[in-house]
Design a protein around this ligand. Structure first.
Ligand SMILES: [Fe+2]
Length: 409
């Protein structure tokens, strides 16, 4: 339900549906987003906006009496970049104010966002196909929405964006690569503006595919050499379109160079090592990870954890340091991975480990010894007293389980 509340009643966790007042007078590119940063609340109040509309279905709504006193000072701790909120007595910040969105709530929000985003990307790509300019306001607003979701719970948006059908592949792939780029940029501590460009570049990296023949794009099988040669033109086609539309140099670079490889064997220019920009090196990793973990007409998706192991073994393809940061972003066992526990049970990772990448939360469902399903239970492998641990990743292709993703969705 949409509610109008005074800006002084705003708190973290609320979903801002609309800001009051003129769009030109407030400091935000987007009008609707989840409030995850106390600085944003302060900026809204400081901009002089008196009332806002919130959506209590997309975020939390708690009555004013229990809220943070917003006559607060927001300070940025320069050491760890953590935002601390000092409140005046008697209201004190609670742990809830700093807790990320729960996985269940975040997955639901990510699903809604991905559904909307897919439609918006489709529209953007179709307009380009018709020779129209890209609506950069809509583009930036969408990337901001994705960035907000990444900040709230990156595992949720990254996992939901991995889910695709054959029909929506190109559009959902764009959303997924944007979310991966934003997460990776955060992991690499890139500054705010570069992070935003990374997200935009991720969204637009495959724009050139709108000019590729549809029968090659949707071919349910391996491409012939001739077809592959045609497909290899999509980076240049996309970059040209972006250049004609006065896109940022970084965004054009990502579109043009996301298929380059560190050893010089990529395309279109065969660039090597530092000749490839950091953003393009990031895009190469995000693009491949999303492609191999997605369902395609010619192959089943690879397991997320096995994808990471396989990619780590590809010599000369990726920048090793950026790849290590990418693994930290997703976890060694990303959400959705099938794993074998020391207790000889199979489980699916449902939430990343907060303390350790090796200790996620899992849902146990099968006994390897007895070869039968067991009562489904959720185990936090980092919980004190938990004696089980992950023994190895498990390739779903060796088992005939259907819809393992239902364990975390
Ligand atoms: Fe591409």
């Amino acid at each position: 339900m949409i509610k109008s509340i005074p800006t002084t009643d705003l708190r973290l966790g609320m979903y801002l549906h609309k800001l009051g007042g003129s769009w030109l007078k407030h400091p935000f590119i987007r009008n609707s987003f989840l409030l995850t940063d106390a600085k944003d609340i302060k900026r809204i109040i400081d901009s002089g906006i008196k009332d806002v509309w919130i959506d209590d279905e997309k975020g939390e709504y708690i009555a004013a009496a229990t809220q943070l006193d917003l006559a607060t000072e927001v300070k940025l701790n320069e050491q760890d970049k953590a935002v601390t909120v000092e409140t005046r007595p008697p209201v004190q910040p609670t742990p809830q104010n700093k807790r990320p969105l729960s996985m269940d709530v975040a997955v639901e929000q990510a699903r809604k966002l991905c559904s909307e985003a897919k439609g918006q990307v489709k529209l953007m790509f179709e307009e380009v196909r018709l020779g129209k300019a890209i609506d950069t306001d809509a583009r930036d607003a969408l990337v901001n929405e994705i960035a907000t979701m990444v900040d709230s719970n990156s595992a949720a948006i990254l996992s939901v964006a991995r889910m695709k059908t054959h029909d929506d592949y190109t559009y959902m792939h764009s959303v997924a690569v944007s979310a991966l780029m934003l997460s990776l940029a955060k992991q690499l501590n890139l500054d705010e503006n570069v992070t935003k460009l990374a997200g935009i570049g991720g969204l637009m990296h495959d724009l050139g595919k709108v000019f590729m023949p549809i029968d090659i794009l949707t071919k349910p099988g391996k491409l012939t050499d001739e077809e592959y040669a045609i497909m290899k033109k999509h980076p240049a086609a996309g970059a040209k379109m972006l250049q004609d539309g006065d896109a940022e140099a970084e965004v054009i670079d990502i579109a043009l160079h996301h298929h380059e490889k560190m050893d010089g064997s990529g395309y279109p220019h065969g660039l090597k090592q530092e000749e490839i920009s950091v953003l393009a090196r990031m895009a190469a990793i995000c693009d491949v990870y999303d492609a191999v973990t997605s369902n395609r007409p010619y192959k089943n998706p690879w397991d997320p954890s096995i994808s990471i192991r396989n990619m780590a073994g590809w010599q000369g393809h990726f920048d090793k340091n950026i790849f290590n940061a990418f693994v930290k972003t997703l976890g060694i066992y990303p959400v959705g991975s099938l794993v074998r526990l020391a207790s000889q049970h199979l489980a699916v990772v449902t939430e990343p480990g907060i303390e350790s990448l090796l200790k996620p939360t899992v849902r146990v469902f099968f006994s390897v010894k007895l070869k039968v399903p067991v009562l489904i239970k959720t185990i936090d492998l980092a919980a004190p007293g938990c004696k089980d641990k992950i023994e190895s990743p498990e390739d779903p292709a060796h088992w005939k389980f259907k819809n393992l993703d239902s364990f975390w969705q």
